[in-house]
Design a protein around this ligand. Structure first.
Ligand code: ZN
Length: 348
């Protein structure tokens, strides 16, 4: 079964490992969750490759867990400067360009491009910006990033910026943490619609999700989020939010982070497959067969031990089979639902 994945943080891993010079490691093997060898081994055929700027002092769930701070409430990370963010993001664009040069992947800007990459036996990568700190208030950088291949954007990560406010990592909690998008945030949504860049809800607070739902003319998408009805973490989507996404013809990608999956909110890799299936069942109930996909968060999460890297993805397919999902449903979750919503959003 080939799998298209809604979110990975390989570019951050390579950035932290030294930047462009670390890119060849993707072909020969990395310590993290995704590289070319693990991808081939697990049917990981492509996905959204996130660009992200770290906050100072942030944040390792497993360290928080080790310190016994669960249930927990992390403070909102400090805002970061556009200059620092731009510097980081431009390097991450250089890294994915290098990966393309090394023929490790194809940077795709259309569904036809994704299918062509598949026909060539290449990993299909969609460039995503997770938190738009590198974009200034006149949005000029957005056009430059679009020209570089950007086709998906989350206005905020779990912190505040000039566009809005991210949802903090809180458990138990919901996303009702204050105001939503700013005026510049509204302009960003309109410009993404005009450029047909997909907008990601995954790190927005609840008011921000409502703002995007009201403003955007595209299907609503959360690339890597789970069901609040199963695990009451602030990063998860409430049934009301799932209703908005379903009404728009949108998609939610299942996140593998243990503290978002586990009903007790703990960051422990001991997560039974039944818990993962409870999220998928819940998402299917609210979104329907065409609204559920995968959004692993590989290289940015603590996954269940049995699903610990891209080569373990067949274990998730097996869990869906044990749950009685039809092969047609499994194929939609693993591949076609992403293709459908991308075609609807991009128009190509
Ligand atoms: Zn994320």
């Amino acid at each position: 079964m080939r799998i298209f994945d809604g979110h990975n943080d390989v570019l951050t891993e390579l950035y932290e490992a030294g930047g462009v010079s670390a890119a060849p490691g993707f072909l020969t093997g990395l310590k993290g969750h995704v590289d070319a060898i693990r991808a081939r081994g697990g049917g990981f055929a492509g996905g959204f490759f996130a660009m992200w700027v770290g906050s100072p002092g942030v944040m390792d769930f497993s360290l928080i867990e080790a310190a016994g701070h669960a249930p927990y409430a992390l403070p909102l990370a400090t805002e970061i400067s556009q200059r620092k963010a731009l510097d980081t993001i431009l390097t991450q664009i250089d890294i994915i360009a290098e990966l393309q040069k090394l023929e490790a992947l194809s940077l795709c800007t259309s569904v036809d491009g994704i299918e062509a990459a598949q026909a060539d036996g290449r990993l299909a990568a969609v460039l995503h910006l997770e938190g738009a700190e590198a974009i200034g208030p006149d949005l000029a950088e957005l056009e430059a990033f679009h020209a570089a291949g950007l086709r998906s954007l989350g206005p905020v990560w779990s912190r505040s910026n000039i566009f809005g406010h991210g949802v903090p990592f809180r458990y138990p909690s919901d996303g009702e943490t204050g105001p939503g998008l700013t005026d510049v945030g509204h302009a960003l949504i309109e410009k993404c619609n005009a450029l047909r860049i997909m907008i990601d809800l995954s790190h927005l607070n609840a008011a921000g999700v409502r703002d995007v739902a009201r403003l955007s003319d595209a299907p609503l998408v959360a690339t890597h989020s789970n069901a609040h009805g199963v695990a009451p973490h602030a990063r998860n989507l409430t049934d009301a939010q799932l209703g908005l996404i379903a009404a728009s013809g949108g998609v939610v990608g299942l996140n593998f982070e243990a503290s978002f999956l586990r009903p007790d909110g703990r960051c422990l890799a001991d997560v039974p497959s039944e818990v993962v299936m409870a999220h998928l069942d819940h998402l299917l109930h609210h979104l329907g067969e065409e609204g559920v996909a995968i959004g692993s968060d590989f290289d940015g999460c603590t996954p269940p031990d049995w699903l610990g890297s891209a080569d373990r993805l067949p274990a998730l397919v097996a869990a869906m089979e044990r749950q009685g999902y039809t092969s047609d449903r499994i194929e939609r979750i693993c591949w076609s639902n992403w293709m459908r919503v991308l075609r609807d959003t991009w128009g190509a």
